[in-house]
Design a protein around this ligand. Structure first.
Ligand code: NAP
Length: 323
């Protein structure tokens, strides 16, 4: 495993972080058992992953808690989240504190490393900055968490407007941001600011569902060609990103997707979600491989850097599968 420093937190974190939500929820969304989910976490830790990202709405905090019981606390970095906005309502500060307290109980720990406000829309930023954050900082003084973080709601904030305001504010030590090979505007919009302010970054959406299956890329290309966003020839190609797989290049579509984000200046930790032991191994291998060849990266930039909102799908509503 390779390790890096998570921005100004100075936490030493693995460049690959295990996402405990998303489409898989450690396999719990795809027919897996709690024992299987715990085995995924242990396998990740055995490979040197030391950052686990969960959230109250994922309903995987208790599984993470059980998995880390046998692990010395200082060997693992725990990031979790509370929602503030749900179903058109915004939670009062007491509800966010109750969520924090519940996370501590579910995880079975005294102190969370990174406590994040989950999927904050641009329209909600003033509220979290002015009302929620001051109250949370008092909870931080009590020792309930070490660093405050915030995550964007990618499908609803294609220009990263929330983070553009949050990063310079000095309140948030860590941000979670979307970036992938067909959603590239994070490069110019967000990373220069996170680097300048030494804000740690957790990268989401590297694969999501689109780069897990070739047919989903084909479907996306057909939609984009119909909108005039990509040439028709790409929509007619049964393997539109196949040019990335070659000797000296990527070994698969998913390998390309992880390697594309991993080496971007400004990316600290690449989150990956899986309930599959073989995927876990291959994802870590991909994240540790060298960058994609420059010619392939240049081609991806010229083909896709103008696109917005591709592949940022939210999992189908299943228990805890947000967002
Ligand atoms: N706003 C937010 O706060 C927010 C939003 C999104 C994500 N996140 C965080 O980011 C984490 C990662 O999310 P993500 O969107 O990048 O990914 P994800 O939602 O976890 O999805 C990855 C998908 O790809 C599949 N997959 C993984 N490795 C594969 C491989 N090698 N080959 C083929 N399929 C593979 C997984 O299924 P298998 O189980 O079959 O491997 C899963 O369906 C989440 O768990 C969560 O912690 C946070």
């Amino acid at each position: 495993m390779d390790y890096t420093t998570l921005g100004r937190t100075e936490l030493k974190v693995s460049v690959a972080g295990l996402g405990c939500g998303g489409f898989s929820r450690l396999g719990l969304n795809t027919g897996g058992t709690e024992a299987g989910a715990i085995a995924i976490i242990h396998a990740a830790l055995d490979h040197g992953v030391n950052l686990l990202d969960t959230a109250a709405p994922y309903d995987t905090e208790s599984v993470v808690g059980k998995a880390i019981k046998t692990v010395p606390r200082e060997q693992v970095v725990i990031a979790t989240k509370s929602s503030v906005f749900r179903g058109g309502e915004r939670h009062p500060p007491e509800r966010v504190i109750a969520s924090l307290d519940n996370s501590l109980r579910e995880l079975g720990i005294d102190c969370i490393d990174v406590f994040q406000l989950h999927a904050v829309p641009p329209s909600g930023y003033d509220y979290v900055r002015d009302v929620i954050a001051p109250v949370l900082l008092k909870e931080k003084e009590k020792g309930k968490f070490r660093f405050l973080g915030i995550t964007e709601t990618s499908p609803n904030d294609l220009e990263h407007r929330m983070l553009l305001r949050a990063v310079p504010d000095g309140l948030w030590d860590v941000v979670m941001v979307a970036f992938h090979l067909m959603s590239q505007n994070t490069r110019e919009a967000v990373f220069p600011a996170t680097l300048q302010h030494r804000v740690g970054t957790l990268l989401m959406f590297a694969v999501r569902s689109i780069f897990a299956r070739r047919e989903r890329v084909v479907a996306a290309m057909q939609e984009l060609a119909a909108q005039g966003e990509v040439p028709r020839s790409l929509a007619d190609d049964p393997d539109p990103l196949g040019f990335l797989v070659h000797p000296g290049g990527a070994t698969s579509l998913t390998d390309a997707a992880y390697r594309y984000v991993r080496h971007e200046p400004g990316v600290d930790v690449v989150l990956f979600g899986t309930g599959d032991q073989a995927h876990l191994r291959s994802n870590i291998e991909s994240i540790l491989r060298p960058p994609l060849p420059q010619a392939d990266r240049d081609r991806l930039k010229s083909m896709f850097s103008h696109l917005r909102g591709v592949g940022l799908v939210v999992p189908p509503r299943a228990r805890g599968a947000t967002p």
